[in-house]
Each structure stands twice: as structure tokens, then as C-alpha cells.
Design a protein around this ligand. Sequence first.
Ligand code: SF4
Ligand code: SF4
Length: 104
Amino acid sequence: MAHESGHRVPFALETIGKCLCPTCPVQGGSQCVAELKAGLDEALRSNPLKPEKVPGVYCGTGKADCTDIDTNQVCICGDCAVFAQFRLGDARPSSYYCRAGASQ
Ligand code: SF4
Ligand code: SF4
């Protein structure tokens, strides 16, 4: 059955604000992510928003730029409000967007 095109997640303040990636164990030990989080307030004031400055919403933007994340840890996307809103469980990939790329 064909799905509606409802699985493409916009990269926007609303989805960034709901995204759980900044608290995900996969990113917890990353110095690169820590630096992005430290600059996040400033990054969110830029227009247009720059995906490479935001350590999240990988379901919309694709793989993480930070290379020191640990994808052996557990992805928490299943608990995210964005995941539910866009029914990402019905699309692929359905987790680890930081490693596997954007939801299609
Ligand atoms: S996409 Fe999943 S595994 Fe990757 S940082 Fe976000 S919550 Fe964690
Ligand atoms: S589904 Fe995962 S990647 Fe997408 S906004 Fe939620 S926590 Fe972030």
C-alpha cells in the first residue's frame, strides 16, 4: 500500500524543539555533539537554520556530521513526539537516522 508523503520531517524550530537526539545515549559521549549543544541557542537564531549546527532531527536531514557518536547505544527515536506525529514507524529506516539517513 502506498503511503501518503507524510514521513518527510521538516527541519524547523518546531521539530528541533521536540527532538530527543540531544539527550540520546548514542550522542552522549560525543565531544562534537557537546560543542554543537553549547552553540545551539545561537544556531537557532540563524536564518536559515543550518542542519550541520544542530545535533538532531536526523530523521529529516539525514546522517549526523559528527563522527564520534556511538551507534552501539540505544536509539530513543521511538519515544519522540516527532516520530509519532509523522508516523515514522511506518517508514524506513525507522530508527538510527543519525547513522542510516533520513526517513523516506
Ligand atoms: S537518530 Fe536515534 S540514535 Fe541517532 S541520535 Fe537521534 S535518537 Fe539517537
Ligand atoms: S524521531 Fe529521532 S531524529 Fe527525528 S526528531 Fe525525534 S528524536 Fe530526533
